[in-house]
Write a protein that binds this ligand. Sequence first.
Ligand SMILES: Nc1ncnc2c1ncn2[C@@H]1O[C@H](COP(=O)(O)OP(=O)(O)O)[C@@H](O)[C@H]1O
Ligand SMILES: [Mg+2]
Length: 258
Amino acid sequence: MNSVEASGLTVKLNGFEVLNDVNLSLDHPSFTVLIGPNGAGKTTLLKTILGLLKPQSGSIKVMGLDPTKKSKKVRLMVGYVPQRDRISFFVPMKVKDVVMMSRLVWKRPPRWITESDEAAVKKVLNFVGAEELADRRFDELSGGQQQKVLIARAIVSEPRLLLLDEPFNGIDVKSQSEIMSLLTNLKENGVSVIMVTHDVSDVIHLVDNIVLLYRTIIAAGKPKDVLREDVLKSVYGDRIRIYAHEPYPVFVPRDSHG
Ligand SMILES: Nc1ncnc2c1ncn2[C@@H]1O[C@H](COP(=O)(O)OP(=O)(O)O)[C@@H](O)[C@H]1O
Ligand SMILES: [Mg+2]
């Protein structure tokens, strides 16, 4: 089975064709990094996988299901960590409640918290190394701590696919590498991961696929096939610096925001 199977996918937003003829097939489980310049449609593709956006044409299957038809089932199987700058930072909630929320949202009212919910929250905070933050206020944490809590929130319902939109933006290098090791751990436990990031240099040795998107799939496959100077230049032009480096060229975006 594939975690994601898209064919001829076209997605329009307000009449503007953001994604055009996207064809993509990702193994399950696999660790995929999604790259592309600002405005390439990366967030749009994640939202389409989640079933939040409907394609104009083409087809998409997520863990074998069509997210436009089986949206609830897909939402239960797919964890989502949105871009952090699009989430209100000033949630005056305790960390454990931020995580608990995502377990309760699928229950019918009244949403009683059971012992197994409490245990799941504890387990997942422990997994991301944030157990000692359980009673702290979310809005008082560092960026790296918040990101780990948001990952805990996304995996507390035990998804089979986890989507992360630029999880490394504005967080320290130590948190980045801790997050990478927990994502690698998830993949080893059978969860597929799709992560949008601008800086692949520190993660390429840990990922199975790199997908380069610019309105359509420009290249997808093993890092060595995608991270080629000619391929990168064709998309980024002079928006990145490319450094000759073995085994892959290293590239650093000039615009790494958004
Ligand atoms: N609601 C919207 N209406 C119209 N255009 C949009 C909307 N959201 C995003 N876009 C446009 O779609 C393109 C891709 O956006 P996005 O998926 O956010 O790209 P990325 O995440 O790769 O930066 C951008 O040009 C953006 O301006
Ligand atoms: Mg985006």
